[in-house]
Design a protein around this ligand. Structure first.
Ligand code: PLP
Length: 353
């Protein structure tokens, strides 16, 4: 049965709000009204129709690629979908990491792919291991799908592992939506060769999910194919959002603000918290916006229920990442909120001992 919906996204949109949300995976929202612009900057002049060039130039400039390698899309979500739609046909074998972001599986399934998996092991700090990819591959594998940083664990894959995977003969789609939260940000895997296709957006590291400014980087011929697929879907993006995205790129340092410091501080708080607990196993958080510890108490849906019911707080239960004994915690919130959220998480864990 091909996927016709995402249960994870439905849950993420409609879950009951709580005061201490450790469920997020994005830095705090950036306020566009802190930048200098007026409504006149959002002129609906039709410039969007032929693939709005100023935005493609801004993306190309920031990531060191040519403009014809950039395809813009509504968020990394649509970028992933367009990339897969251009790369796979029904019945093609697609190899996807486990655990992973559910929507990557959903997109491949919707497009009729035959999905196979390879493991990223918690005991190996969720490292991307090319040997495991090779073992899972067959001569029918058309596409390998990876997140870097890894969602949910934030493990960082280096060029060496990625190159080894690129040499296996299939295209490699790397979802890099968390990569820009690494300091300094590594180069996009698109620079490793034409077999690599990468996706990203102004969502996670920039706090601008509302703009839905996403993109694909790919070799020009493939990029053209993706643009043509896009004509079947949204045709254009909303032009005011494209204009605001250009403004964000022009002021990117201001948009990033002190988020790198916030994340570094919050990861330290998290690492201290884990070190103080004998019921959690987690690799130290070094990068990114999320961590994915294992709870020795069992199914973390129970943990999340207690957190919600007694402590007005929440985490993402591991079942959403196909590992029910793990849970995902996000660091992209003010440090005082994280401190209080972790206090409450500690209380919930104690209650369940
Ligand atoms: C791996 C991954 N890709 C894509 C997305 C969606 O990002 P966007 O807001 O850019 O569509 C998310 C959001 O959780 C994600 O974790």
């Amino acid at each position: 049965m091909r996927a016709m919906q995402s249960d994870y996204m439905h849950w993420a949109k409609f879950k009951r709000p709580v005061r201490y949300q450790l469920t997020g995976s994005e830095v705090p929202h950036f306020r566009m009204d802190s930048l200098p612009w007026t409504v006149a900057d959002l002129d609906l002049d039709g410039a969007s129709h032929p693939r709005y060039r100023p935005l493609r130039e801004a993306i190309a400039g920031r990531y060191g690629v040519s403009v014809d390698q950039v395809v813009s899309a509504d968020g990394t979500s649509m970028a992933n979908f367009l990339a897969m739609a251009a790369l796979i046909s029904p019945g093609d074998e697609v190899l996807v990491e486990h655990p992973t972001y559910e929507l990557l599986l959903g997109a491949a399934s919707f497009l009729g792919a035959e999905i196979k998996r390879f493991e990223r092991k918690p005991e190996d700090a969720f490292r991307l291991d090319p040997a495991r990819v090779r073992d899972a591959m067959s001569d029918r594998t058309r596409l390998i799908v990876i997140t870097n940083l890894h969602n949910p664990s934030s493990a960082l894959a280096g060029d060496e592992e990625l190159r080894a995977i690129g040499a296996m003969g299939a295209r490699v789609l790397v979802d890099e939506v968390y990569l820009d939260s690494v300091v300094p940000a590594p180069r996009s895997a698109v620079h490793l060769g034409p077999e690599f296709v990468t996706t990203n957006s102004l969502t996670k590291a920039y706090g601008l999910s509302g703009l839905r400014c996403g993109w694909i980087l790919a070799e020009p011929e493939l990029a053209e194919r993706m643009w043509r697929v896009n004509d079947l879907f949204g045709v254009n993006q909303a032009h005011p959002a494209e204009r605001l995205a250009c403004l964000a790129f022009e002021n990117i340092d201001e948009v990033l603000g002190d988020n790198p410091q916030l994340l570094a501080r919050n990861r330290e708080r998290w690492n201290d918290f884990v070190a103080s607990r004998d019921d959690l196993d987690s690799m130290p958080a070094e990068h990114g916006i999320t961590a994915f510890p294992r709870w020795r108490g069992g199914n973390t849906e129970q943990l999340d229920s207690v957190l919600r019911e007694r402590y007005d707080a929440s985490v993402v239960a591991g079942r959403w990442f196909e590992m029910p004994e793990h849970f995902r915690v996000g660091f992209g919130i003010p440090t005082a909120d994280l401190d209080e959220g972790l206090n409450r998480l500690g209380s919930a864990l104690d209650d369940l001992k």
